[in-house]
Design a protein around this ligand. Sequence first.
Ligand code: ADP
Ligand code: ADP
Ligand code: ZN
Length: 219
Amino acid sequence: MTINIILLGPPGAGKGTQARTLVEERGLVQLSTGDMLREARSSGTEMGRRVSEVMDKGQLVTDDIVIGLIRERLETGGAAGFIFDGFPRTLPQADALTELLDGMGQSIDAVIEMQVDDAALVDRISGRYTCGNCGEVYHDTTRPTAAPGVCDHCGSTDLKRRADDNAESLKTRLLEYYKKTSPLIGYYYARKQLRPVDGMADMAEVGQQVAAIMDGLGR
Ligand code: ADP
Ligand code: ADP
Ligand code: ZN
């Protein structure tokens, strides 16, 4: 059985962290438009150059670009299910996703909404760093590496902070979230797909809430 879920929530809510657990424990495939866009940036493609400035400011990239990235990945197929992480972020993106999945005879099974206070998001974003080799997500206080400067997961010393993880960009990202992304809460609520979780709890506790939802879906 194929299961597709969306992780919905403001920047820093913990979407990527929970997505990685779902990949490891349940064999789903994570589709993060943020990661895809950062890849395009570092590989120096024309599209990467176009989106760079927009991302650093904390604004949303245009719908056609991110929908195109998702379409490409879905067309390669072959997954037990997808975790959409950071996509959709606008109503047109949500409609496009419904249509793309429909064309594959699939649909969204649940939208996990991670609820986190704005003040906590500032702490999470300002303490975040990731492994440049394997993508593991860390935090200065809530989830530091066991040995300073070395990734627990793969041993790499290439730990980095994102250019847009600063207070100025976060302000714009939050505004963009409330203006353009939060309407999706009503969109999926109306479709009876919305499953809120308390994202303020610690990582393990959030993981348990997410696991309970997944188990209820039969995975
Ligand atoms: P966050 O940690 O803020 O959730 P992401 O890694 O998901 O960050 O996204 C980083 C940036 O990439 C966003 O601020 C935005 O510029 C761009 N981006 C990612 N996904 C989308 C999307 N679905 N639509 C538009 N822009 C996106
Ligand atoms: P998103 O993908 O939604 O932007 P991340 O998963 O990257 O969020 O998490 C943002 C930061 O907060 C990371 O540094 C991560 O280690 C940390 N974090 C994630 N979940 C929690 C949690 N439940 N409690 C405390 N810190 C968390
Ligand atoms: Zn690593």
